[in-house]
Design a binder for this molecule. Structure first.
Ligand code: AKG
Ligand code: FE2
Length: 355
């Protein structure tokens, strides 16, 4: 079970809520130690008392629900393309991640549409980050752009706080180490992604699970995830078992990405994760002719914030993670180059799966 960390002392240190009392150094030390342990053991932790305003979360959540409920023509008015790597994407129409984890799966495809749709938003300062300017669908509700932009800013702020905690957990001399070396304030390439997994009916036996998002690792430094329900699972390579990530109201799940694994010379890992369908109400399951059950899984939403650095930042293994017994495993790489490499690798893996 991943740890749930109350990060209030870290938030206060970074100038958070002025009404709250200053954390003692012992409290802060405990938080940092918990973060270090979680990063080493799981690459995942949940945060509570993160300082993000509840209304900011609720407004973005509602805006996301309303957006995904709109007609396709509105959703598709700003679509993800090679030139614009944000906007709307209907993953089902791409025909990817349409599978169960069991290679011998006999579930008819028509009963198991492994579908998901997303809307992504890039950084506000497109020139500094060298990314295309933000676009919003013209006919979305009037609160969609402001609510999404406010949520993005809140995540940017939380990312900076977490980076300081991660630097302290790595025992780096300067708490701003990742922010400075990663040139975060010079134009980071963080991406917000709203996700919608429509209600699902599926037929399966006890040995197979219905996948809603295929197993993957995230590419960047780390991800701040607001999840709307159970279904997220992680796999620690050593035992190969899938472990449920608990769903807690008022928390954000933090998971490390591939860039952080590279930065820490594999001391911290970017953990494999996936989303599976959960049976929400066993009472309405229908038993089919062959004795198989027809399950129903409710709609699920989530909002992921992928924390990426400035594209020109050079990432090489930290001095604290390299010594005689742990020689450096990676050559220095530009953060943008790393993202391109990871994107291409995952595209190739998807093509192979389809063949
Ligand atoms: O929807 C979720 O809870 C997780 C999504 C995820 O892992 C991703 O988009 O990278
Ligand atoms: Fe992910």
């Amino acid at each position: 079970m991943i740890p749930v960390i109350d990060i209030a002392p870290l938030v206060n240190l970074c100038g958070g809520d002025s009404n709250s009392s200053k954390a003692t150094s012992a409290e802060l030390e405990n938080v940092i130690k918990s973060i270090a342990d979680a990063c080493q053991k799981f690459g995942f932790f949940a945060t509570i008392n993160h300082g993000v305003d509840a209304a900011t979360i609720k407004d973005a959540w509602t805006a996301s629900t309303q957006f995904f409920d709109m007609k396709s023509s509105i959703k598709q008015s700003v679509s993800m393309t090679d030139e614009y790597p944000y906007g709307y994407e209907n993953c089902e129409s791409l025909g990817v991640e349409r599978s169960t984890s069991d290679a011998n799966n006999t579930t008819p495809d028509t009963l198991s549409p492994d579908s998901k749709e997303t809307f992504s938003l890039g950084p506000l300062n497109s020139e500094l980050s060298n990314m295309p300017p933000r676009k919003f669908p013209l006919n979305a509700s009037s609160n969609f752009a402001p609510a999404t932009e406010r949520y993005y800013s809140a995540m940017e702020h939380l990312a900076k706080i977490l980076f300081k905690g991660l630097a302290m957990a790595q025992k780096l001399d300067d708490a701003s180490w990742f922010l400075q070396k990663g040139r975060f304030d010079d134009g980071h390439q963080c991406a917000l992604r709203m996700l919608n997994y429509p209600e699902l009916q599926y037929q399966t036996d006890a040995s197979t699970v219905q996948i809603r998002a295929g197993e993957h690792t995230d590419y960047g430094a780390f991800t701040i995830l607001k999840s709307g329900g159970p279904g997220l699972q992680l796999q620690l390579s050593k035992d190969k078992e899938w472990i449920d990530v608990p769903h807690l109201e008022d928390s954000f799940i933090i998971n490390l990405g591939d860039l952080m694994q590279r930065w820490t010379n594999d001391k911290w890992t970017s953990t494999l994760h996936r989303v599976v369908a959960t049976d929400n109400n066993a009472d309405d399951d229908i038993i089919g002719d062959g004795g198989q059950k027809l399950f129903k899984s409710a709609r699920r939403q989530s909002i992921a914030f992928f924390v990426n650095m400035n594209g020109n930042a050079i990432v090489m293994p930290l001095e604290t993670c390299v010594d005689e017994t742990h020689p450096s495993k990676y050559i220095p790489i530009k953060a943008s180059e790393h993202l391109i490499q990871r994107h291409n690798q995952s595209m190739m893996a998807k093509h192979k799966k389809k063949e």
